[in-house]
Design a protein. Structure first.
Length: 384
């Protein structure tokens, strides 16, 4: 069976007791399209992804910068679902988070842990139901939704929008179909007999996952996380440097509208175009971010010897550490530099004076210091 993208039939409405649900068409088939604008958008997105990955391979010590990229994606993907944590809060220790923000903070931290763990698991597992369930279990650990079957596909009906099935915006497929539909999605991702560009494959897979909505909670975050996992698994990315959720958040109404356009009007063609534009823009932003990071690192490093004199070796160690851990205290400086409290405190104070660090608590004790120039690179769209 071959599906023509322009003539796709998304599924059908089926009755179940007192409500109707959407039963999506299976996707593990060959796909074709006739219009050239898809190919043009695909080429642009693929070139940008290739440039990002090639650029990252040339960056010395790229691992220094990975964690803040992951944190950025976690913050923005969670924000789409309504959390309020910003990137600075996500880097703070739990005891520094106000009680009313702790739940949001924990959801973001879980996302970071889920993505990092899933990337590590890709060394042994393919992108599969097993990996998706493991990742979902981490995502919902000890947060809102922890009682909604973490790590298991749903066995009851869910819905999107409204407060009940009666006024829902969209009702996903009945729970009896979830296992079959997810099996079909998994086979689609790995079917070598389907000759299809990876970016279009994950665009269709993301739509299908969001339509199946296989979990009782956390579907949006897992669906967006799946994009990064898949691109790493097929070798399009070596590292999780792409944060597509930024594009989806900036264009949130279009994100949901285009998903619904497939379900209501069979227009998967528009969804794929929207997705490819998003990937191209996200890759462009990621390249720009890396350039800014490298410029910042180079401009500060070249002055360390002159500014810190005999302490330049300790300053260099701490400076390198700040890219991994951009909010520190003096105890952290002691550990990183291998010095006692006095020299570490003096080093931190000098870094504050030189504009590398900034004290953020306003307290005389238990002070915290942020690597403000670095965080500003990720601090877009008035998050803070």
């Amino acid at each position: 069976m071959t599906i023509q993208l322009e003539n796709f039939k998304a599924g059908e409405i089926r009755k179940s007791y007192q409500y109707s649900y959407f039963m999506p068409t299976t996707i593990n088939h060959r796909w074709r399209w006739a219009t050239s604008d898809i190919n043009w958008l695909l080429e642009k997105a693929a070139i940008r992804i290739g440039e990002l990955n090639a650029f990252a391979r040339l960056v010395p010590n790229i691992d220094l910068f990975i964690q803040l990229h992951v944190t950025k994606e976690a913050v923005v993907s969670s924000r789409i679902e309504g959390t309020q944590t910003n990137i600075n809060e996500a880097l703070l220790p739990k005891e520094e988070i106000t009680p009313e923000r702790k739940d949001d903070w924990q959801e973001v931290k879980n996302y970071i842990r889920a993505l990092n763990t899933a990337i590590e698991e890709l060394k042994q597992l393919p992108v599969s139901s097993r990996l998706i369930k493991q990742t979902h279990k981490i995502l919902l650990d000890s947060v809102r939704g922890e009682h909604k079957m973490p790590g298991e596909y749903r066995v009851s009906q869910n819905w999107i929008g409204g407060v009940s099935l009666a006024d829902a915006t969209f009702i996903p497929p009945h729970q009896d179909h979830v296992e079959m539909l997810m099996s079909d999605l998994e086979m689609f991702l790995h079917n070598d007999n389907i000759e299809m560009p990876d970016l279009i494959r994950i665009a269709i897979a993301h739509y299908q996952f969001e339509t199946i909505h296989p979990f009782l909670d956390g579907n949006g975050r897992i669906g967006r996380l799946l994009i990064t996992l898949y691109l790493i698994s097929v070798g399009k990315l070596d590292q999780p440097l792409l944060y597509p959720s930024m594009f989806f958040d900036k264009n949130k109404l279009l994100y949901y509208d285009n998903l619904m356009l497939v379900r209501n009007k069979n227009n998967i063609y528009q969804w794929v175009k929207y997705f490819l534009v998003g990937i191209e823009q996200a890759a462009t932003e990621a390249i720009d971010t890396l350039r800014k990071i490298l410029h910042l690192k180079s401009s500060i490093e070249q002055d360390l010897d002159q500014q810190f004199g005999r302490r330049s070796q300790s300053a260099y160690k701490l400076f390198q550490h700040l890219f991994i851990d951009p909010i520190i205290d003096v105890d952290t400086a002691m550990t990183v530099c291998g010095t006692s409290y006095g020299p570490a405190n003096e080093l931190v104070a000098k870094m504050c004076k030189n504009g590398i660090l900034k004290e953020i608590t306003g307290q005389s004790r238990n002070r915290l210091f942020e690597f403000e120039p670095y965080l500003k690179i990720f601090d877009q769209f008035n998050e803070r």
